[in-house]
Ligand binder design. Structure first.
Ligand code: GSH
Length: 219
């Protein structure tokens, strides 16, 4: 059960949308509790969970006053507004638009096509078919993303400060590797991802470092 006075994240170790919010919570240094929803066992479809999120998805961020927030980008922007130290959006409107465009390209155009429910619908129990499908769409998305980053990146996705875009990039690369995308084809994405993973806020949010990650899946 979630405690009454703390922020609670409903999360699953391998969920990339949850991974984004875990990074943001770490980046802002926000004390919180976690409740683990096992997507592989279908716990997102339980009646109790559906009353928290009718879309049957993680993440959900339950605030101390009991309100529940959904959608990783909305959650992270809420955290950025309420914990303004270490801002995740740059000052200038053009840079802000660039950051949001990268985040939304990942969240709206690449990631949903290889969600668990989509993979099951497309591939059933055929794991090779699921991997082939996900690999195709991520590879195609990364071809465009690599070109976008060639125009915007410094050390990170947009210039030399960490932004929302970086928080969306790292979980997407985790998924890409899981679905056997050849990351050598994407040197800018690969470089930024490797740089970000040297930071504890990013690495400690990774799936293998979550308490609900099964021991055999830890690296
Ligand atoms: N647009 C949502 C996407 C959330 C989402 O896709 N969650 C996935 C895990 S990454 C999920 O809960 N999938 C459950 C399912 O497909 O059954 C967000 O950004 O929060």
């Amino acid at each position: 059960m979630a405690s009454e006075d703390k922020i609670t994240l409903f999360t699953f170790f391998r969920s990339s949308a949850s991974y984004r919010v875990r990074i943001a919570l770490n980046w802002k240094g926000i004390d919180h509790e976690s409740i683990y929803i096992n997507l592989a066992k279908g716990e997102q479809h339980n009646e109790e969970y559906k009353s928290i999120n009718p879309s049957h998805m993680v993440p959900v961020l339950k605030l101390a006053d009991g309100k529940s927030l959904t959608q990783s980008e909305a959650i992270i922007e809420y955290l950025d507004e309420t914990y303004p130290d270490r801002p995740l959006l740059p000052h200038g409107p053009v840079h802000r638009a660039q950051v949001r465009a990268i985040a939304q390209f990942i969240a709206c155009d690449i990631h949903p096509i290889q969600n668990l429910s989509v993979l099951k619908h497309v591939g059933g129990d055929d794991m090779d078919k699921r991997v082939e499908w996900a690999n195709h769409w991520i590879d195609r998305g990364f071809q465009a993303l690599e070109k976008t980053l060639a125009g915007s990146a410094g050390i990170y996705c947009v210039g030399d400060n960490i932004t929302l875009a970086d928080i969306f990039l790292v979980p997407m690369v985790y998924n890409a590797k899981r679905f056997k995308v050849d990351m050598q084809k994407f040197p800018i994405i690969n470089r930024i991802n490797n740089t970000l993973l040297t930071l504890s806020e990013f690495s400690s949010a990774s799936p293998e470092n979550q308490p609900d990650c099964p021991p055999e899946m830890r690296q």
